[in-house]
Design a protein around this ligand. Structure first.
Ligand SMILES: NC(=O)c1ccc[n+]([C@@H]2O[C@H](COP(=O)([O-])OP(=O)(O)OC[C@H]3O[C@@H](n4cnc5c(N)ncnc54)[C@H](O)[C@@H]3O)[C@@H](O)[C@H]2O)c1
Length: 339
């Protein structure tokens, strides 16, 4: 079966392509390389022995999207990762985020609506919950006003899909709300490639450990958590990738209970920033240079997933640990710096 993976050369997309290929799916990747490198295609090929079909295409260009779907009308499903994802950048340049994250989604859905098989998986985020009143967070927790234009594009994206499903009963969709994806493939052939100063904790940790950054700032040591630092649910990208294959298979097998489903993807375990640093220090044997500084605007105190629905309804659960993720991220960092 042929599956389209948009943003398939990015961090989560590339790991998902590997898992799809290992289950026998034929993969077509669309990426405009705005936040990824063409070398990722080689990494995927080295892992799986199969070079996926790749089209360099900007999904904001409606004509190009139309032409692509005309050529590939035999697609069985779409996994839509393509989006811009830097929260800070979205605050400074909201229109760029609305243009990229919303237009691409609309154009893909418009073209998908003309196909025989209309199975659609969407990359959403736990940011839709904001600081949830309940912990762990279930899928029924209310969606809170978005903290950033980026977060808003995920909320609006889910609404666009729901509204479209209401009028198109051929369209079947699953929105996957990721918690905090980290780690790299155990082969060290693909991983996260942050461009510029990393926005996320783990690449910042590994870049500090390798000497690219002088010191890691831990934002806030006075939160109402056991050690005073923020708590997140760090999920290994390989576990996350596998969930996409299971979600797609659910739609292909018509096992979905409604045509717009939502699942949390996390481990269910909250880890503090200091827990993450400790895990890194243990697996790498390196002492990390870090300092606790003032809080950062927009950071919530704690977020971790209730995974019951993903475990029992989707039939997926995480297998890898925080230490596994830290260890693979550290190996990946050493590899890319040596290169
Ligand atoms: N990484 C996270 O922490 C996280 C958390 C929650 C949700 N998400 C979502 O998951 C998805 C994938 O995230 P990621 O971490 O792999 O990001 P990424 O930036 O590594 O991957 C996104 C890919 O999409 C491509 N892309 C962007 N705009 C495009 C366009 N107009 N046309 C074609 N390709 C385009 C980029 O070049 C990149 O390769 C995104 O939708 C992101 O918002 C990520």
């Amino acid at each position: 079966m042929k599956v389209l993976v948009t943003g398939g050369l990015g961090f989560i997309g590339s790991h998902t392509v590997v898992e799809l290929q290992s289950k026998g799916f034929e993969v077509v990747i669309i990426d405009d390389l705005s936040n990824s490198s063409i070398d990722v295609l080689d990494g995927i090929t080295e892992i799986t022995g199969i070079r996926p079909h790749f089209e360099r295409l900007d999904l904001k260009v409606k004509k190009g999207v139309k032409e692509f779907f005309n050529k590939h009308s035999d697609i069985s499903g779409v996994i839509h990762f393509a989006a811009s994802k830097a929260v800070g950048e979205s605050v400074n340049n909201p229109l760029m985020y609305y243009e990229n994250n919303i237009n691409t989604l609309v154009y893909v859905l418009q073209e998908l609506s003309g196909l025989e098989h209309q199975n659609f998986i969407f990359s959403s985020s736990c940011t839709v919950y904001g600081q949830s009143d309940e912990l762990p967070i279930t899928e029924n927790a209310p969606v809170k006003p978005a903290e950033s234009p980026y977060g808003n594009t995920k909320q609006i994206g889910e609404e666009i899909i729901r509204d479209t499903c209401k009028v198109n009963d051929k369209l079947k969709s699953i929105a996957l709300r990721y918690f905090n994806p980290i780690g790299a493939h155990p082969s060290t052939k693909i991983g996260e490639l942050p461009i510029g100063v990393p926005q996320n904790l783990v690449p910042y940790i590994t870049q500090t450990a390798i000497g690219l950054r002088e010191e890691l700032s831990v934002f806030g040591g006075d939160y109402s958590t056991p050690d005073g630092t923020c708590i997140r649910d760090y999920i290994h990208v390989v576990d996350l990738a596998k969930a996409h294959v299971i979600a797609l298979q659910r739609l292909l097998d018509n096992k979905n209970e409604s045509n717009s489903e939502v699942f949390n993807l996390g481990t269910g375990k909250g880890s503090s920033v200091l827990d993450a640093i400790k895990s890194f220090e243990e697996v790498s044997g390196k002492k990390l240079n870090y300092k606790i500084v003032g809080r950062r605007a927009g950071d919530i105190t704690a977020a971790y997933a209730d995974t019951n629905k993903a475990n029992s309804v989707l039939g997926w659960k995480t297998e890898l640990t925080l230490d596994d993720a830290m260890s693979s991220s550290w190996k990946w960092e050493q590899k890319i710096r040596n290169k």
